[in-house]
Each structure stands twice: as structure tokens, then as C-alpha cells.
Design a protein around this ligand. Structure first.
Ligand code: CUK
Ligand code: CUA
Ligand code: CA
Length: 644
């Protein structure tokens, strides 16, 4: 116990509980065989640790610390769950860099407020947003030849069944597609390679699983007849964002994985029972990991062996068990695994899928080549594609991989990360008594959901870091009311033993993330004015342009002023205000807030945005710059006059 700890205690309201947790945490840490390096790190980062000296030197705390002025080595892109956004963190520091609004509305940038963002999210005939809520779970990037290409990432909305695309040069959502005839769009994964055209070596497909079964079409028929409830697995074109095809399946889809050769996509199924009631979904000891033969599905679509559902034009092929009994013609392969599995992840060498048991303490290892063999008619039972099923702990959920053949699985119930060796697990499954799958364990705080490794979803997995996104933080951070933040724990996986690097707080409620080497991400510094068709290219074009009741206000911003010091409207005008930022300096953003009209957005350098509103309240409204831009930022205003 250091002096700092003792001093700190006097200010802690709940002494006993904190003491208990400290020792509990210590027990966990020593159990995991942590090195001296970590305890040193803990001590030095305790309150009162050495501050930077007056000379401007920087105190160094641990080999993982990113000193002031230095940049992180990795980006982490993390879904925000029911906040509807995606966050960007720097790792190893854990600094939060940005929240990208996607399915939520956002005051900072005006997402859901500007016309441009509303057009992406989708509107109702009255101009209001079609949906203003969303639930982001899984973030996956586009690939070229098995590794990230930094072009786009995709993220799902579980609530309304939508897939969003975010362009990674500006880190902005540019397209959203609603999948037809599904509910609970949960798992999604970009294809790692499109083998159809050898010249196309990058992602063109995004696979999407539907977790909830519904009557098809869901228009009021068959609501009490559970046997009529079905799920669909969808494929979206990454460029057009149109749904290419869907597969009707038995059971449900949960998480999704894609293969490195573009031949298979997989989804774990926890409701093979096709239960409509809670208990029914857990009644069977075995569920499945379902594999899709992508080439055969696309041939069937081409050959017109399809149906459509309701008003949707998307071709649907039949992937149900009854229609796919002959492996040589089958579109789908149901590999039985225990019980209510959660998570399916492929090893960086593309050979194996790890599917966690959730209600079974096991991970099932399925060999990619054996699933292909089943489709060729060379494997008697689909279950024979399972080459290992090690017992790894309670409540296994998600698995990340290093570059040395090890898997790292989150254990929700055990509050641990377990490191296990895939080849050792396979040997043990074959009966080799000397082979031990589990290599190491480390306690995390508390109840991990997703875990992911640096570059672990690519061929360039580097085995440096594992990040555990935990579902409960309890006492790890200052309490902030009944709703706590969540804990992310960064673990060094470069050695034999896992080492806890640090905790960083994450706003509720992250699900999945990817850790991407920073050299892959190439962002723009400013926008290109020519890309905005409505740009006000010359401040001299500014003014109020009237066409009956329809009025266009054009203005520009350049620090520290708007081009129009004032503009006049008449009560009842339908106004579209277009603002182009003429500043070219990186990071020189202006804001535009309009009191009582509920309008607030920003324009970044060389960017154009517009808003449309009815001038229904006569009076004077000072529209002001919200984003601190200049010494005269507070003076940066434009007077909107609405005549009665
Ligand atoms: S699911 Cu959240 S812990 Cu939506 Cu990725 Cu497994
Ligand atoms: Cu422009 Cu503040
Ligand atoms: Ca089940």
C-alpha cells in the first residue's frame, strides 16, 4: 500500500468496498502471473505521480504510455451500441478521438439536422427523419487481399435493420440501406476477398445476419403461428449499397464471419429450435454454425432460382435444411455445435472458425477446408468439420487471434480472458493427452463482451494487443450516477503471459471494435468545395433569393465573419439556408446556430451544408458561430430578421 493510496482513501466515500475490490483485483492480477512491470506501472500512475517538470520534460510512466505530443500506434473503431454512433479511440492510450454520428442525431455536427445528413438517414414525406434511433453493434472495414484498405467501414443498426457505410477519408457516414423483411439485424462482416473477378481483389460484399425471426411478409399474417417465422441472411453490395440477394434459412443468424478466400460466409445460430418463446430458444443441447456457399448462391440467383417476399424486389434463394439435403447442390451447411453459441471468428490464416458456446463452456473449432469438403460431398456429416472443442471457461463469447496460433476468448461469466492454442486444441480433440489447449487466463473487470486483437481480423494480425470491452465497470471509475461508463482493458499479448496494460473508460455501450494500424488510415485535412453541388463558391454570391414563398439564403463563412451580417425573411417563408465555409486552414471549423428554430450544425473547411425550415416566428434571431474559431469568434454572428 503506498502513501498515495492511504491519502486517497480519506476522500473515498465507500472505504470497505474499495478495499475489497482492490484486493480482489490484486488476487486476479497475481493469478495471471503479471510481471513486475505492471505493478511499477500501477504505482507510478497513482495519484500524485511525478508531474512533468518545469523544464518541459515529460514524465514517463510505462512503456505503453503515449507521451504528450506523441500519437497512438493504432486506431480503434468501436460501435456505440444504442447510442447509435461509432467512436474512434487511439490505442494504446485509450484516448477517445471522435464520435461519428450514424443512426443517432448529433448536435455537434448537425447530423440529422442538415439536409445532406437527412438525405442519407432517410426522411418521411413531411421531411422528418424516418428513424432517429439506432443500435450499432459491429464495425468491419473493407479489405484488399485479406487486410484493411482504409476505404470504408460498415456498421449495422440492430433496431431498424439498416447497414451504414462510413467513408474513412472523412470519417462520415455516406450511405444507409434498410434491409427488407428482416428484424434484429445483428451480425455483419465484410467479405475479405471477392474471387469472382480476379481483377477485383477487394471487398464488394457485406454479409448481414438477422437475429429475430418474423412472419414473412410481416404484414399482420401468421403472427400466432411460430412455425411460419423465418430469418434471412443478406448480402449487400459495398459500392451501390443495394441488397444483392437474401437466403431464407432455418433457425436464426447471430454473429457473422467471412472467409479469406471469399468462398464461405458463416453465422452462429442460437435458436435452431426456432422458438418464439424465451425458454424454447434454450431447449436444445445443440445449435449450429451455418455456412453459406457464396458462389453457389450467386449462381442460383443468376439462374433465377429465386422468389421475392412482399413488396421487396430482392431475390431470395432457399437455404432451408429441407431444400439443401444434397451437399453437392446445397447452398447452406448447418454444422451442429453446442449450445446457444455466441460469436464466430476466423483465424488470420483463414483455416479455422472459432464459435463460442455461451451456454456451453466450450469453443468449437470448425475447419474451413472440411466445410468445403462437405459441399463437395466428401464429408459424411457436417459435424465432422468440427476439429476441436476445448473447454475454455464459463460464458465464452468472442474470440480474437494473434499471429502465433493463439486465440483469446472473452468469458462473460468468469470475467476472464482465456488464451488458448488452436493447434493444441485440435491435438487434444484427436486424443493426444499431452496437448493442453488453455495457455493462460487473466481477470478482467467485469464481464467482458467483445474482445479483439490488433489487426486480428486480417492476415496481418500482429499479436501485440487485445482489448477487452467489458459490460460492467462498477467501481473502476469515479461513480457518475446509476448509469456507469464501461471499462475497456488493454492487454499486452506479445509475451507468453497476458499483461494488463490499463483501463480506459468508454461511454456506454460499446459492442464490437476493430484495432487498425495507423498507417492504413489516410484522412483528408480539408474538404473539396467542388464536391458540393450547392456550394456558395464566391462570397459575392451571398444573399436572399426569393421565389414566391420559397426562399434561398446563401452565405459563406471565413474567420471571423459570415458573408451576410444580416438577412431578411417574411413570416411563412420556406427557407433553405446554404452555408459554405471558405476557410482553408485545417481544423478551422465554424458553427451555425439559429435560436428558437432548433438549428445547429458545423461547416468544416471548404465544406457546404444546408438546412430547410419555415420562418414561422417573427422577430430578430442572432445566428451565431458555435465553434471557437478566432479571437473574434463571439462577434461572428448574422442577424436573421423575420418580418411579421
Ligand atoms: S454482440 Cu455485443 S457482446 Cu451485438 Cu457483438 Cu457479443
Ligand atoms: Cu466561426 Cu467561431
Ligand atoms: Ca438454442
Amino acid at each position: 500500500m503506498t502513501q498515495d493510496d492511504t491519502t486517497n482513501r480519506d476522500t473515498q466515500p465507500d472505504l470497505g468496498r474499495r478495499k475489497f475490490l482492490n484486493s480482489a483485483a490484486l488476487v486476479g492480477l497475481s493469478g495471471a502471473g503479471l510481471s513486475v512491470g505492471l505493478s511499477a506501472c500501477n504505482k507510478e500512475s497513482a495519484p500524485g505521480a511525478k508531474a512533468p517538470s518545469a523544464k518541459g520534460e515529460v514524465a514517463t510512466h510505462s512503456p505503453y504510455e503515449v507521451p504528450p505530443g506523441q500519437l497512438d500506434e493504432y486506431y480503434s473503431f468501436s460501435s456505440g451500441g444504442h447510442s447509435g454512433d461509432v467512436r474512434i479511440y487511439g490505442l494504446p492510450s485509450g484516448r477517445q478521438l471522435k464520435s461519428i454520428p450514424v443512426f443517432n442525431t448529433d448536435n455537434l455536427v448537425g447530423w440529422g439536422i442538415t439536409n445532406e445528413s437527412k438525405a442519407i438517414i432517410g426522411t418521411r414525406p413531411d421531411g422528418s427523419l424516418k428513424y432517429s434511433t439506432g443500435d450499432t453493434h459491429h464495425v468491419h472495414q473493407t479489405y484488399t487481399d485479406g487486410t484493411y484498405d482504409g476505404k470504408y467501414f460498415f456498421v449495422n443498426d440492430k433496431i431498424h435493420g439498416r447497414l451504414a457505410r462510413v467513408r474513412m477519408d472523412t470519417m462520415e457516414c455516406d450511405k444507409i440501406t434498410e434491409l427488407p423483411n428482416i428484424q434484429g439485424f445483428h451480425g455483419t462482416f465484410t467479405d475479405k476477398r471477392d474471387p469472382v473477378d480476379p481483377k477485383i481483389n477487394h471487398t464488394t460484399r457485406v454479409f448481414c445476419g438477422a437475429e429475430f425471426s418474423i412472419p414473412l411478409p410481416n404484414d399482420g399474417r401468421d403472427m400466432e403461428d411460430g412455425s411460419k417465422y423465418k430469418s434471412l441472411f443478406s448480402c449487400v453490395d459495398s459500392e451501390s449499397m443495394e441488397v444483392r440477394w437474401q437466403v431464407l434459412i432455418d433457425g436464426n443468424c447471430d454473429l457473422v464471419a467471412s472467409s479469406y478466400d471469399g468462398k464461405l460466409a458463416a453465422t452462429n445460430q442460437y435458436n435452431t429450435e426456432m422458438g418464439v418463446h424465451y425458454e424454447d430458444t434454450m431447449s436444445s443441447e445443440m445449435d449450429a454454425c451455418l455456412f453459406f456457399n457464396v458462389a453457389r448462391i450467386e449462381e442460383a440467383v443468376k439462374a433465377g432460382k429465386v422468389t421475392t417476399i412482399g413488396s421487396s424486389k430482392v431475390p431470395v434463394v432457399d437455404g432451408t435444411r429441407a431444400s439443401n439435403k444434397d451437399p453437392k447442390a446445397a447452398l447452406t451447411c448447418y454444422v451442429p455445435i453446442p449450445k446457444n453459441p455466441h460469436g464466430v471468428n476466423i483465424t488470420p490464416d483463414g483455416k479455422y472458425y472459432a464459435c463460442s458456446g455461451k451456454l456451453s463452456p466450450t469453443a468449437s473449432v470448425i475447419e474451413h477446408a472440411l466445410v468445403l469438403k462437405w459441399f463437395d460431398g466428401g464429408l459424411a456429416n457436417a459435424r465432422d468439420a468440427v476439429v476441436a472443442e476445448p473447454e475454455i471457461g464459463l460464458g465464452p463469447l468472442h474470440t480474437g487471434f494473434d499471429n502465433k496460433g493463439n486465440a483469446y476468448t472473452t468469458l462473460f461469466l468468469d470475467s476472464q480472458i482465456v488464451k488458448w492454442n488452436v493447434e493444441a486444441a485440435i491435438k487434444a480433440f484427436k486424443g493426444d493427452k499431452t496437448a493442453k489447449a488453455v495457455v493462460d487466463r487473466i481477470d478482467v473487470h467485469y464481464q467482458p463482451g467483445h474482445g479483439f486483437t490488433s489487426m486480428g481480423e486480417t492476415r496481418e494480425a500482429d499479436g501485440r494487443f487485445f482489448n477487452s470491452d467489458n459490460k460492467f465497470s462498477k467501481d473502476r471509475f469515479l461513480p457518475v450516477g446509476p448509469l456507469h461508463c464501461e471499462t475497456a482493458q488493454l492487454i499486452d499479448i506479445s509475451g507468453d503471459k497476458m499483461k494488463l496494460v490499463h483501463d480506459h473508460s468508454v461511454l456506454s455501450e460499446p459492442h464490437d471494435s476493430i484495432i487498425v494500424r495507423r498507417d492504413i488510415i489516410k484522412t483528408r485535412q480539408i474538404y473539396d468545395m467542388d464536391e458540393f453541388p450547392n456550394a456558395v463558391k464566391d462570397p459575392a454570391e451571398s444573399g436572399v433569393f426569393r421565389n414566391g414563398k420559397k426562399v434561398t439564403v446563401k452565405l459563406t463563412s471565413q474567420a471571423p465573419a459570415f458573408s451576410l451580417r444580416e438577412f431578411k425573411l417574411k413570416k411563412g417563408d420556406e427557407v433553405t439556408l446554404i452555408l459554405t465555409n471558405h476557410d482553408k486552414v485545417e481544423d478551422l471549423t465554424h458553427g451555425f446556430a439559429m435560436p428558437k428554430y432548433d438549428i445547429n450544425f458545423i461547416v468544416n473547411p471548404q465544406e457546404t451544408k444546408s438546412v430547410t425550415f419555415i420562418a414561422d416566428k417573427p422577430g430578430v434571431y442572432w445566428c451565431y458561430c458555435t465553434h471557437f474559431c478566432h479571437a473574434l469568434h463571439l462577434e461572428m454572428r448574422s442577424r436573421m430578421i423575420v418580418e411579421a
